[in-house]
Design a protein around this ligand. Structure first.
Ligand code: ADP
Ligand code: MG
Length: 698
């Protein structure tokens, strides 16, 4: 298709960089912001670097520095009451300044030292400013480096789209049904596309964007919910019985009462297990909320009905710990009644990368013979030789650590897919739960076991290290243990390890009287386990680590979590780390140490951590600060689809509405085969949205 201003080279760049092939694709490339050219600023009103501003004023003084290529022009601009610096590094010889006349200054301020300046601003004498230049909203389009290299900057994109306007005005086919447009008071597609690019005014621009956001979210929900409906038809193993294993454990092995939240979740899962349909459930619960116990109860239900369970954990440390926890809980020694039965309630086995070949062979055989009820392990579980007699339930701990393909292999380990429970301690904001995990049922443990004292979180700048050390001594002298965590960022692993090693050495010097363990991701599993073991058993008082300890480790006697260079961690990571303490009866502390002058965003992160222990609130804040693509839960995989206009951080309400609308249609017509719904089906086929399918069997 022919577009004004787009030759083959530019067409190629547009296709590669933005996926734009047709004129319609171009129209669906939305501005990410608008500059209000009708607003005039005063210098003192400048607030941030992101907003382009225009100011009327005069140039009072200027001088050049350096010669030739290094030449630089610096000018002082005044709006009558304040002044600001203008700087040119390039094309200095073309800048002609005149004193005593009014200019219109337009550009993006840059922060420089503690003030702002303008680098290469547009400076137009007021006599040459036309009314069109200073009216309405000017769209800004996102561009990539490559685009800029072929001259495709925001202004060029604007020009291309402006060239399409006459055709657009003739009308484009509607993509939503009239009933939806009416019911939700949405703008028609033609008007919306015109006004998203060249809005008449702010309210019209907002209506246009709302319509386009709605449409985007609506189709994603339609796809997700259709998938979910389809899957609800999948048959699942029927597990109606609550038998002796579950009951014995519940009555005689549990030394504490389940929290109400745990009870509710167990009931929800139980209902799924006996429904005859395959369960796909996400269990969310903050660190320490007692998910492991829920997992165990479910495994016992499966065992009571003659099915095996496997529990997959992301790290060997965690798998070992689950294994220890479960064997202890199930052991006859843990039974409150004198029991004549000397065998455990259920047989648990462990399979990790460290399991020897010989152990494996025995284990494989026992598994096939159905002598093992619960198999716990790492990725090693997925391997093809691992075959079950009758796998009925798969539990994945900290699911975001696994890829889709890895999970899918587990699903395929029985003739029909087992029930699936995925557990996560990373709270997922509602909007993400509805999209990324939208096709899963969700259970939430929103209550901690009683008697937990909230962790006190304190922020220290590195200058106050001495007080921090004194505090550590005081805690250790009371018999407590301490974690010290260093950030590990993949791009710079070597440097980070050096940091860790230095930190370790420094601690050894500062605390010659204490024993110190160290673990990091580059260590051999055996060494890592040995170091962990020493800390867990209390042999060492301090554990220096990278984030390998982030998930799951449980040492109730550890009461202090020191996070070095806390400014380099994301919010949910900080929260996860903090969750390692506060697991026993003693008051726990999380000390956030920062080194450098904090940016506004870092300061905000630290403040949130100090202010709240609520994982859901932190997750929401994280989403707001970073945007969904960077969230821990989705980091590896990224969002399965790209949002062109809607935002999961700010459009939560619209998302709810769009989901409702999609659900209403599917409730009437699950396969979208009514004539009236053909428009939706066609568009879904066209969009080919790749939404996550959490139970996909490959
Ligand atoms: P997480 O949800 O982080 O996996 P865990 O399952 O490791 O949490 O539980 C944390 C600790 O709380 C464990 O020591 C566990 O035994 C204990 N716990 C779990 N449920 C309860 C409860 N209802 N009452 C008291 N303690 C509990
Ligand atoms: Mg856990």
């Amino acid at each position: 298709m022919y577009c004004k201003g787009v030759g083959t080279k530019r067409a190629d760049t547009l296709r590669k960089e933005l996926g734009v092939v047709t004129a319609m694709d171009m129209l669906r490339t939305y501005p990410y912001k608008y500059t209000d050219r009708s607003r005039f600023y005063k210098i003192h009103e400048i607030e941030d670097e992101d907003t382009a501003v225009q100011i009327v004023g005069q140039v009072t003084e200027w001088h050049t520095i350096g010669v030739g290529k290094a030449q630089r022009l610096s000018a002082t601009f005044t709006d009558g009451s304040h002044t600001i610096e203008l700087v040119w590094f390039r094309g200095v010889q073309y800048v002609k300044l005149v004193k005593g006349i009014d200019y219109l200054l337009f550009g993006k301020p840059s922060r420089f030292n503690h003030t702002y300046n303008f680098v290469h601003p547009e400076l137009t004498p007021m006599s040459k400013v036309t009314p069109q230049m200073v009216q309405g909203l000017e769209p800004d389009y996102g561009t990539t480096e490559r685009m800029k290299n072929t001259g495709l900057n925001s202004k060029a994109v604007r020009t291309i789209i402006a060239g399409l306007l006459p055709d657009l005005r003739l009308g484009v086919p509607e993509t939503l049904g009239q009933d939806i447009l009416d019911h939700y008071h949405l703008m028609g597609i033609t008007e919306a596309l015109i006004n998203v690019h060249f809005p008449k005014d702010t309210p019209t621009m907002q209506k246009a964007r709302e319509r386009l956001k709605f449409e985007e979210l609506f189709y994603i929900q339609l796809q997700i919910l259709r998938q979910m409906k389809r899957r609800e038809q999948n048959e699942g193993f029927v597990m109606p019985k609550v038998g002796t294993r579950f009951n014995t454990f519940y009555q005689h092995h549990l030394t504490f009462e389940l929290t109400n939240a745990q009870k509710r979740v167990v009931r929800e899962i139980q209902a799924d297990l006996k429904s005859g349909h395959q369960m796909n459930r996400l269990l969310q619960g903050d660190v320490g909320s007692g998910k492991t116990l829920v997992a165990l109860l479910c495994a016992l239900l499966a065992a009571d009905n003659g099915y095996q369970t496997c529990i997959m954990a992301p790290t060997e440390i965690l798998a070992n710990q689950h294994y220890d926890t479960l064997t202890t809980l199930l052991s006859p020694l843990n039974c409150s009644e004198a029991s004549s039965n000397l065998s455990p309630i259920a047989h648990v086995a462990l399979l990790t990368g460290s399991t020897t070949k010989k152990e494996r062979e025995t284990l494989h055989a026992a598994l096939r013979a159905g002598e093992i009820d619960i198999l716990i392990g790492t990725h090693a579980l997925i391997e093809d030789e691992v075959q079950f007699a009758n796998l009925g339930l798969v539990i994945v701990d900290e699911q975001h650590r696994f890829g889709v393909a890895q999970r899918a292999k587990l699903w395929a380990k029985n003739i029909q897919p087992p029930h699936v429970l995925v557990m996560t301690a990373t709270p997922i904001p509602r909007t993400l739960a509805m999209t990324v995990y939208g096709d899963l049922q969700v259970s939430v443990i929103d209550e901690l076991p009683p008697g937990r004292k909230p962790v006190h979180t304190l922020h220290y700048s590195i200058q106050r290290k001495v007080s921090v050390n004194q505090f550590l001594i005081q805690q250790i002298e009371q018999g407590r243990q301490v974690y010290v965590v260093f950030p590990l960022i993949k791009e710079n692993e070597k440097l980070d390890l050096l940091d860790l090693q230095n930190g370790y050495n420094e601690l050894c010097e500062t605390f010659p009287q204490y024993r110190i363990s160290m673990v990091h991701g580059q260590m051999k599993a055996k060494d890592k386990d040995e170091q962990m073991r020493r800390f867990i058993s209390g042999e060492t008082q301090i554990l220096v680590a990278t984030t390998v300890i982030e998930v799951g480790v449980n040492v109730p006697n550890a009461t202090v979590m020191v996070i070095e260079n806390a400014e380099r961690f994301g919010l949910s990571q900080l929260h996860q780390l903090r969750g390692r303490v506060g697991r026993g009866a003693d008051q726990s502390y999380c000390l956030l140490l920062t080194r450098i002058e904090l940016t506004k965003e870092t300061r905000r992160r630290i403040d949130i951590m100090v202010a709240t222990n609520d994982g859901f609130r932190i997750a929401e804040e994280d989403l707001n600060l970073r945007g969904p693509g960077d969230l821990d839960g989705t980091q590896q995989s990224g969002l399965p689809f790209e949002l062109k206009i809607a935002s999961l951080s700010t459009d939560g309400q619209l998302l709810e509405v769009a989901r409702q609308a999609a659900r209403a249609i599917l409730d009437q017509d699950p396969t979208l085969s009514d004539d009236y719904h053909r428009i939706y089906k066609r568009r879904l086929d066209l969009l080919r949205l790749s939404v996550a399918n959490w139970s996909e069997i490959s």
